[in-house]
Design a protein around this ligand. Structure first.
Ligand SMILES: Nc1ncnc2c1ncn2[C@@H]1O[C@H](COP(=O)(O)OP(=O)(O)O)[C@@H](O)[C@H]1O
Ligand SMILES: NC(=O)OP(=O)(O)O
Length: 317
């Protein structure tokens, strides 16, 4: 079996045009990412795919809220919105990969696993929402919405606008890890932990209950990578490389950095909270446990990045 690589697809990287955000647009973006993943499979890598749902779960929440406001339809709990987006995006990735493999004559099967991820009810992040979801708004739009819904919390997201935030507890365990391992061993390209996984808390030795939150998919992916013994973690997002002085005139893209250099940049606050910082923290956690290397790049650079010709590479030393 080839090197086991886990590829995390950013939710924002699947949103084409913030004005439309249609399912057809999203499928087009998924198909482009599927081409890049198929390239990696042809290169001989064993691939596991995870994905985000930040924009999509926010859209789902908003749809239920509007349906409730307009026609009194029952709202859908956030944990179920996460499950719905995990299924919806997983379906698109599964179909796009299946079709791409068939087109190229790659003899690989694809399977998505509904993945629950255990969190703690006591996690302090439940009291302090930090995970941006849904659309980007101007300050004026955010203030108008806040006036109408005083319990909503907004943050500024990496110079891109204002977004609603929801609680994001840290993942403790991937409930379906054995099933994921079995499918990998059977040669499947597995799609798992979509949207960071469906947040659940333990109610007994082997029993669980859903809880309203959105787990950061970078942390869930790093945990899954450890639990399936992946050697390489790739995080795809909206930028080809991680930068220092991001968004400033002196911005500099990083090609290769060590754990120590990365920690130094974290201390110097080069990585924005809620966007690039969780990717960096998840990368460090993966490298400090079992992982060998991390690559952060955009989907179109995957094929080159895996052979060292693109992206930002974080290495042990
Ligand atoms: N130091 C940085 N280097 C590069 N991008 C950064 C940096 N800090 C913040 N960003 C922003 O973070 C974004 C990635 O976060 P986000 O869009 O939330 O992730 P996702 O692709 O997982 O949805 C990048 O597209 C970029 O706009
Ligand atoms: N759940 C999650 O972290 O999604 P994004 O990567 O889309 O923000």
């Amino acid at each position: 079996m080839g090197e086991l690589v886990i590829v995390a697809i950013g939710g924002n990287s699947l949103v084409r045009d913030n004005g439309r955000d249609s399912i057809a647009d999203q499928y087009e973006a998924v198909c482009e990412t599927a081409i890049n993943i198929a390239d990696m499979v042809e290169q001989g890598f064993q691939v596991v795919v995870t994905h985000g749902n930040g924009p999509q779960v926010g859209f789902a929440m908003r749809r239920c809220e509007i349906a409730h406001e307009v026609s009194g339809m029952p709202t859908i709990p956030l944990v179920n919105c996460v499950a719905d987006t995990q299924g919806g995006i997983g379906y698109q990735i599964q179909q796009a990969l299946t079709n791409e493999f068939a087109k190229r004559g790659i003899a690989k099967k694809v399977a998505s696993i509904i993945t629950q991820v255990e969190v703690s009810k006591e996690d302090p992040n439940f009291q302090n929402p930090t995970k941006p979801v849904g659309s980007f708004f101007t300050l004026e739009q955010a203030e108008a919405m806040k006036a109408e819904h005083p319990d909503w919390v907004f943050i500024e997201d990496s110079g891109r606008g204002y977004r609603r935030v929801v609680p994001s507890p840290k993942p403790i365990d991937i409930v379906e890890k054995e099933a994921i391992r079995s499918l990998i061993e059977a040669g499947y390209v597995v799609i798992a932990a979509g949207g960071g996984g469906i947040p659940v808390v333990k109610t007994g030795e082997n029993t669980y209950d859903g809880i309203d939150a959105v787990i950061d998919k970078d942390f869930a992916t790093s945990l899954l990578a450890e639990q399936i013994d992946a050697q390489t973690l790739i995080i795809t997002t909206g930028v080809p490389q991680v930068c220092i002085h991001f968004g400033k005139p002196e911005q500099k893209a990083l090609e290769q950095i060590t754990i120590e250099e990365t920690k130094q940049y974290v201390q110097e606050e080069h990585f924005a909270k809620g966007s690039m910082l969780p990717k960096i923290e998840a990368s460090l956690s993966f490298l400090e446990h079992r992982g060998s290397r991390v690559i952060i790049t955009n989907p179109e650079s995957l094929k080159d990045a895996i052979v060292g010709k693109a992206g930002t590479h974080i290495v042990k030393q």
